[in-house]
Design a protein around this ligand. Structure first.
Ligand SMILES: [Fe+2]
Length: 336
C-alpha cells in the first residue's frame, strides 16, 4: 500500500514579513506541519513578540526555531505562544471535552534541543530541533542564554545534546531543523551556508549539527532532510545563494529567502521594510535588505504583475514532500 506523503511548509526567516493573512493561509492549507526558521522581527526589541502573537494563530501544527534575532525577546516570544496555546485549549475544553476536536486540535510551539513526532497514516518521522540562536561559524552564539535555558556551555556539549536526542528518537526517519545549517556543504560564498560577508568566503555552517546528522546516519537512521535558514539567499556583493543540495541521500535546504514578502510594483506597501532597519547581530549578511523587492528574485510560482492590481503581497515559502524513499522541495509564492 502506498504511503501518504508528508507535506511540510518551511517558512524562511521572517524579519518582520509576516501577518495574519499568512497565519490564515497556513492554517487552511493541507500541510501536515509548518516550520518557521526564526528571526521573527525586523529590528529592535519587541518586534518579534508581535510576530509571535500572529504565529500563534496558525491553525496547524507549527514549530518555531528561535534565531539569533530572537534571543533578546526569547522569554516574551515563548510566553506569547504558551498564552495563546493555553487559551485555545481552554476554549476547546469549553466547547468539547474531547481533546483534538475543534479549537484545540493544533499547537504552535517554540522548539530547540527537542524532538517532535510527525505521523501520517503509516509514515512516521521525528523532527529533531537543533541549537537555538545559531549564527554560524560553529560558534556558541548567545552562550549565556544557552547556559541558562539549556545548560549548554560549549559546541561540544551542544553536539552531545543533539546526539542524545538522536538516541531518543523512536522512528527510522529523521528530519533535522535548525536556524543555521551544518558544515560540510561547501566553502564558497554561494554555498547553502557559505560565508558571503568576508573576502575569503568559507564554510559558515555549524559543526554540532553536522556531527549530529552524521551520528544519526551511523546509527542507522534515514535522515530525510536538514532544514535551516539564517544565511540569506541574496548575497552581499551581489548574486544569489544555492539554497538546496542533496548529499549522501540527504536533502539540505536553506529557506532564508529574505524578504519573504514581495510587494508588487505599484502596490501600496502594507509591509514596507524600513530603510533604517538595523540588524541585531554582527553578521552583515543577516541585515534586513534595504529594498523590499530584490532584483534577483526569480520565483517559480510568481503571480504575474498584471494580476497584482496593486494591493496584495506575494508571500514566499518552501514546500517539502517526504516519502519513505526521498524528500523533495519546491518554491511556492502565494498572493494574498
Ligand atoms: Fe539569523
Amino acid at each position: 500500500m502506498a504511503t501518504t506523503p508528508l507535506r511540510i511548509a518551511l517558512v524562511g526567516d521572517l524579519h518582520g514579513a509576516w501577518d495574519d493573512a499568512d497565519a490564515a493561509y497556513f492554517g487552511s492549507s493541507d500541510y501536515h506541519q509548518v516550520l518557521v526558521t526564526g528571526d521573527l522581527g525586523n529590528s529592535g526589541r519587541g518586534n518579534g513578540v508581535k510576530i509571535a502573537q500572529s504565529l500563534s494563530r496558525i491553525a496547524r501544527d507549527t514549530l518555531v526555531m528561535p534565531g539569533n534575532n530572537d534571543a533578546h525577546d526569547y522569554a516574551a516570544i515563548v510566553a506569547e505562544l504558551h498564552y495563546q496555546a493555553g487559551r485555545s485549549e481552554l476554549l476547546a475544553g469549553l466547547v468539547s471535552s474531547r481533546r483534538g476536536s475543534l479549537l484545540g486540535s493544533y499547537r504552535v510551539q517554540i522548539c530547540g534541543y527537542s524532538l517532535h513526532a510527525l505521523r501520517v497514516d503509516g509514515f512516521a518521522v521525528t523532527i529533531g530541533a537543533a541549537r537555538p540562536f545559531a549564527m554560524g561559524g560553529s560558534e556558541l552564539s548567545f552562550a549565556s542564554h544557552l547556559r541558562n535555558l539549556f545548560q549548554i556551555d560549549s559546541i561540544e556539549a551542544s553536539t552531545e545534546r543533539l546526539k542524545t536526542l538522536v538516541d531518543k528518537a523512536d522512528t527510522d526517519h529523521l528530519v533535522f531543523f535548525a536556524h543555521n545549517g551544518p558544515t560540510g556543504l561547501g566553502a564558497s560564498r554561494r554555498a547553502p551556508f557559505g560565508r558571503d560577508f568576508h573576502p575569503e568566503a568559507g564554510d559558515w555552517g555549524d559543526r554540532d549539527l553536522a556531527e549530529a546528522v552524521a551520528y544519526a546516519m551511523r546509527r542507522g537512521h534515514a535522515v530525510s532532510c536538514v532544514l535551516a535558514g539564517h544565511m540569506h539567499w541574496s548575497l552581499r556583493g551581489g548574486g544569489g545563494r544555492s539554497w538546496h543540495v542533496e548529499k549522501d541521500g540527504v536533502l539540505y535546504v536553506n529557506a532564508a529567502r529574505v524578504p519573504r514578502h514581495a510587494v508588487p510594483r505599484h502596490a501600496v506597501p502594507r509591509h514596507a521594510v524600513p530603510n533604517d532597519a538595523v540588524p541585531n547581530d554582527a553578521v552583515p549578511n543577516d541585515a534586513v535588505p534595504r529594498h523590499a523587492v530584490p532584483n534577483d528574485a526569480v520565483p517559480r510560482h510568481a503571480v504575474p504583475n498584471d494580476a497584482a492590481h496593486g494591493q496584495g503581497i506575494r508571500r514566499h515559502h518552501l514546500a517539502l514532500t517526504l516519502t519513505p524513499e526521498r524528500a523533495t522541495v519546491e518554491e511556492v509564492w502565494v498572493f494574498l
